[in-house]
Design a binder for this molecule. Structure first.
Ligand code: ZN
Length: 250
């Protein structure tokens, strides 16, 4: 039960990783507010395919726990003029992940690109609108490093902080996805060891099963315009396709 604390007793340093890691993670997941079935959750991403490449473990875990998940993608990913195709790919990918069509929104208001500046005020207006429409108490998005460092990802984090400063009594809890150091990014499932070692008490880890990982890969295959060779390498080796670490916003 989420209200109980648990004490794990082991005999040797490393027993916690070698034998007990799945249980530790399952208990931490249970305790986390992020996985409460009574709350709706709003995931805000910047580009079609972010939902697969970075957030799939969490989307699948939340859906499994019967949480209603809404996704808003702020741009159509039209940088190379493929926006219309990418919107369709995004909807197909979300359906593959198990999201309801009516809970998935791709906006064309923001133009993507590393040199585009997205206004925190404009993003926060969109976020407030969708938080209200979706009746979500949990808002999920990128952290201040944006996982891949893309300015459009970081802009969403800045907008959340902007909202937190402006709204005195926020009616939602924001969670941001942790960007891990580059040396850990492509360790795939093996990143679970540094994840446990460096986990702090306020963080939440979501770990995918291999079945969920293959579901995420299958959803990624809907993003046909994006499947150039190096993105396959990301799909194959990225820890974010299997592990998500969440923090709350200070
Ligand atoms: Zn992106």
């Amino acid at each position: 039960s989420a209200s109980d604390n648990a004490l794990l007793v082991i005999s040797h340093p490393d027993d916690e990783c070698l034998f007990f890691a799945p249980t530790i993670l399952a208990l931490l997941e249970k305790k986390a507010k992020i996985l409460s079935a009574s709350d709706n959750a709003l995931l805000v991403i910047s580009h079609p395919d972010d939902e697969c490449l970075f957030f799939a473990p969490t989307i699948l875990a939340l859906l499994e726990k019967k949480v209603t998940v809404h996704v808003v993608c702020l741009s159509s990913g039209n940088y190379y003029g493929q926006g219309e195709k990418r919107i369709l790919e995004f909807h197909s990918s979300c359906l593959k992940l198990g999201l309801q069509h009516s809970n998935v929104h791709c906006l064309t208001k923001f133009h993507d690109g590393p040199n585009r500046t997205w206004s925190s005020e404009e993003i926060s207006e969109v976020l407030l609108e969708y938080l209200s429409k979706s009746k979500s108490k949990v808002l999920l998005t990128f952290d201040e490093s944006g996982i891949s460092g893309h300015p459009n990802h970081i802009a969403v984090n800045s907008a959340v902080k902007f909202m937190m400063k402006r709204t005195l009594s926020a009616s939602f809890t924001p969670f941001v996805l942790e960007t891990v150091p580059i040396v850990r990014k492509y360790l795939q499932i093996f990143d679970i060891i540094p994840t446990i070692i460096f986990l702090n008490q306020s963080q939440v880890v979501v770990l995918s099963s291999f079945a969920d990982y293959f579901k995420a890969v299958s959803a990624m295959q809907c993003h046909r315009t994006q499947l150039v060779w190096f993105r396959w390498l990301i799909v194959a080796f990225s820890r974010n396709m299997l592990i998500n670490t969440w923090s709350t916003v200070e």
